[in-house]
Design a protein around this ligand. Structure first.
Ligand code: BGC
Length: 892
């Protein structure tokens, strides 16, 4: 008989059966598969062993015995010390709601990577050439006495690498080893290549590109920021059936030569000269006599560390939906969606030496030609110089583009619609959440938010994927993280990027505007400024949000010092608890008088002080969670002092706030900096500030994310709905109506009436304003975290229907399983359907009813919506606002 409760979906460090971990105290998690109402885990036990046989008979690495806890997440390894290359088999058993033992889970595994420098036998090798230049191709052929039973490739590069074994790409990874603050750490990848190797002769081939390490970075046209030459570190270890092992490691016996990739750059594109292709260069019997021996390179200053989380991978392919020829010989493909990644282009009918040029754009001009002005200095151009051998298929290796349109010129034959395919790439971040409602435009908005996230979660949370930036802008990331954490599982993505922020932190505690930080001062040290409110605050807010959304406590532990260093820097540089550094202001706000991005009338010292208060308060909470009571007290007091100073400096007793802008009120209300009476007055002033803009938002990066949540917090969800559903400029749906398929940097990046906004700052794939997603999920659909019991261990279900939407639904695969909140209004009855995953509980708030506490299960509630008379007068159609509950049913 199938047992009703089974532990399933075992993960280690958020990954399924990972290999190449750097953690020696990895965290183990699982879900309870149990559909019974009230399903919980009463206890668990973990067993771990060095082989599958031992796991069954005599677990030699770890036996927890029964632990009477309901915790199924992030159980820290506490077994035998884990060493490099160790493979661990583990399984879990739980006691269910009745205290009955479940069967053991399926066996899961994890494997440790090379932990220490001394674990590597390989040497760094290079071609010795300063960049830019053609890509070096390295190869090594070797003999294996028999087919190995196990083979691991540990590999990294300064630059980007693409590796093959016996001429075959063996993974779906791109842009490896990724992007870190290379002066501090370089990630390495571990691959299981057992099936790729044969008895006899084999070959490994690796081609390198400039990437983030040596290519252009930042609009100041800097390159070679982290180094001038490219280099490779590669270690292949094979194990034979008799247990003996052999290593094939990079060294000066490897051979290198140049080939088809003549130039590559993330911003500018790639030039591939097919005439220089080294055919079969990565196969065992290739004649390498004209190749040179690799040169040994210096070891890097930073540590080589196994990559946490997933790399960038190909996620999907998009077919073109239209093909035009706006000018003779200029062929423009429309992929129907602004996307990020590469293209696969087929070229036929060419002759030796023909040059085909591939250009990319997010938009078209009126004349049908591609619009490239907003790419600024980024050339975003790939060139293919054809050889004489048959049809060519071209995929660039070491550049990526943000585009919807692809232009081909230099063809001899008219192309077919199928000749261009878009390859969507981004860091692999598993999809977890979905939101839908009765308004198709809002659904398109949600899709735009998701696409904005896909394209910009590319090793770091980047501002945009197309122009000469693509940088890990801190402000953008902290604004969007709550929305991001619903759409996808971004735990390891942010664990990695928060480490990047710490690596990039200045000695005085400031956080640079971007992480990793390519900007340099005169001495070549990290530069470019930092410490600015709403941007640098990401160092505190991002780990906090990851903790909130996933219950990940380790990120708080690991990043605590960097948070504290920043908060201390700001406290030390404040005057009487007022800080002034908010250089970007309410960036790109509508209320900017002279068109300057950073000149919104919301006072900068108000922004800086409000943010100082917010992150100081978060830090004191973090200190409490981590048991650092002295710090908790210290920062709680500091927060109180800042709050008082904020009030003294910026708030009148009647609740008027300096600047009198929407953002001023939003910050004070959103960060809870006011007394109850001031709050009420400030709330009214906020409404006036919205009325001043004829019921429209006037906010930028700082104000916008707070708009809807603050309106809800002051009881004006009705106005939040109006803003969400507004179709006139500026509004979310306005961009949708202008044809957006992603989030735009500006509210008017493009308008059908006036065309393109200022090209200097006009990305069509900038996720920041997508921060509304968090409210759509938590308030419209009504599925939210409980800040007191994070990670959806306790869920807040609080749908708040509003005028203009008749149904909404949010599904989220939490770390415990599927949670869902869905509602519809039909014939005056609100029906709410709720799914609470096993081992969690929820509080359900229904209009006009007392909160209902529930445990795991599926529930349906029906509430008759009756608008009270006074209410009906006040807001004619807002029937739902103070609804009465007539009947309540619970269905399990
Ligand atoms: C980026 C933004 C960023 C801003 C701050 C821009 O160039 O694209 O998203 O936050 O600069 O100044």
């Amino acid at each position: 008989m199938v047992h009703p409760c089974v532990p399933a979906d075992l993960v280690c460090e958020f990954l399924t059966n990972p290999i190449g971990l750097h953690e020696t105290k990895p965290r183990l998690s699982w879900k309870i598969s149990d559909s019974r109402p009230g399903a919980v885990q009463k206890a668990y036990q973990i067993q771990a062993a060095s082989s599958i046989e031992l796991l069954e008979s005599k677990p030699d690495l770890w036996k927890t015995g029964w632990v009477k806890e309901d915790n199924s997440l992030d159980i820290e390894w506490n077994g035998k010390t884990l060493k490099s290359k160790m493979k661990v088999y583990w399984r879990v058993q739980v006691k269910d709601l009745k205290g009955k033992e479940s069967p053991w889970s399926d066996v899961a595994t994890f494997e440790i990577g090379l932990l220490k420098k001394s674990d590597w036998s390989a040497k760094w090798i290079t071609d010795g050439k300063e960049r830019p230049g053609p890509s070096p191709y390295f190869r090594k052929s070797f003999e294996l006495k028999e087919k190995p039973v196990k083979a691991r490739l540990y590999i990294t590069a300064r630059g980007l690498f693409e590796a093959t074994i016996n001429g075959q790409r063996f993974c779906n990874d791109y842009f490896t080893p990724g992007w870190t603050e290379f002066s501090k750490r370089i990630h390495s990848l571990t691959y299981d290549v057992t099936t790729q190797l044969n008895q006899g002769r084999n070959a490994i081939g690796v081609v390198l590109g400039d990437g983030w390490f040596a290519g252009n970075m930042g609009w100041e046209k800097n390159r070679n920021i982290w180094g001038k030459t490219l280099s490779l570190l590669s270690e292949l270890e094979v194990e034979y059936a008799d247990g003996s092992t052999e290593k094939i490691v990079s060294g000066d016996d490897w051979r290198f030569q140049y080939g088809a990739v003549r130039e590559s750059d993330i911003y500018n594109g790639e030039t591939v000269d097919m005439r220089q292709t080294q055919f079969g260069w990565d196969t065992p019997n290739f004649d390498e006599s004209s190749w040179s021996n690799a040169i040994l390179a210096e070891d890097p200053k930073g540590a080589v560390i196994s990559k946490p989380g997933y790399p960038v991978r190909k996620q999907e392919e998009l077919s073109a939906i239209n093909l035009t020829e706006p000018r003779f010989g200029v062929h423009v493909f429309d992929l129907g969606q602004n996307m990020v990644g590469l293209v696969r282009v087929k070229i036929h009918g060419h002759q030796w030496g023909d040059e085909v040029v591939v250009r990319y754009a997010e938009m078209l001009q009126d004349n049908g030609m591609i619009y490239t002005e907003n790419l600024r200095s980024a050339k975003c151009t790939d060139r293919v110089i054809c050889n004489e051998w048959g049809e060519i298929e071209f995929i660039p290796k070491f550049t990526f583009h943000g585009f919807r349109y692809v232009e081909l010129t230099g063809l001899r034959r008219k192309p077919d619609l199928t000749d261009v395919v878009g390859l969507v790439l981004h860091t692999e971040i598993p999809s977890t959440g979905s939101f839908e409602c009765s308004d198709p435009l809002v659904n398109r908005l949600q899709q735009n938010i998701v696409w904005g996230q896909k394209g910009n979660f590319f090793e770091a949370p980047t501002d945009c994927p197309q122009r000469d930036e693509r940088l890990g802008w801190t402000g953008d990331a902290q604004i969007f993280i709550g929305t991001a954490a619903f759409n996808r599982d971004v735990t390891s993505f942010f664990e990695k990027w928060c480490e990047d922020m710490e690596d990039a932190q200045f000695d005085d505690g400031r956080i640079p505007h971007v992480a990793p930080n390519p900007f340099r001062d005169e001495k070549g040290n990290s530069g470019g400024g930092g410490g600015q409110a709403a941007w640098a605050d990401a160092v505190v807010i991002c780990p906090w949000m990851i903790y909130q959304c996933y219950g990940d406590k380790r990120i708080l532990e690991k990043r605590y010092e960097s948070m504290k260093k920043f908060v201390d820097w700001r406290a030390d540089t404040a005057k009487n608890y007022i800080h002034s550094q908010a250089v970007f202001g309410d960036w790109l706000a509508i209320d900017i008088p002279d068109g300057k991005c950073d000149k919104s009338p919301t006072p900068k010292d108000l922004i800086a002080t409000a943010y100082m208060a917010k992150t100081t308060e978060i830090l004191s909470k973090v200190a409490t969670i981590l048991g650092k009571s002295a710090d908790a007290k210290k920062y709680a007091t500091l927060f109180k002092n800042i709050k008082k100073a904020f009030n003294d400096e910026f708030v009148t007793p009647a609740g008027r706030i300096a600047g009198d802008t929407q953002a001023s009120y939003l910050l004070a209300l959103g960060f809870d900096l006011l007394s109850p009476s001031q709050r009420e007055a400030a709330g009214k002033n906020l409404i006036k500030a919205i009325d001043n803009w004829k019921g429209h938002l006037a906010t930028g990066f700082v104000g916008t994310p707070l708009l809807a949540p603050v309106l809800t917090s002051i009881g004006r969800t009705d106005i939040a709905y109006k803003l969400l559903l507004k179709q006139t400029y500026p509004s979310w749906l306005y961009t949708v109506l202008q044809g957006a398929t992603t989030m735009w940097e500006r509210w008017n990046s493009y308008t059908k009436e006036k065309g393109f906004g200022s090209a200097s700052m006009n990305s069509f794939n900038h996720y920041a304003y997508g921060a509304i997603g968090e409210w759509m999920v938590s308030t419209v659909a009504g599925l939210g975290v409980d800040p007191e019991v994070p990670g959806y261990k306790h869920i807040i279900i609080k749908p708040q229907p509003g005028e203009g939407i008749t149904w909404a639904k949010a599904d989220l695969v939490t770390r415990y399983g599927l949670a869902s909140s869905a509602w519809k209004i039909e014939d005056g009855v609100l029906t709410v359907n709720v799914v609470v995953p096993p081992n969690t509980s929820a509080t359900v708030y229904l209009p006009g009813k007392d909160p209902i506490e529930v445990s795991a299960g599926q529930f349906e509630y029906k509430v008759e919506i009756v608008a009270p008379k006074s209410e009906a007068k006040e807001s004619k159609k807002a029937k739902v606002k103070k609804a009465k509950t007539k009947q309540l049913t619970k269905v399990n």
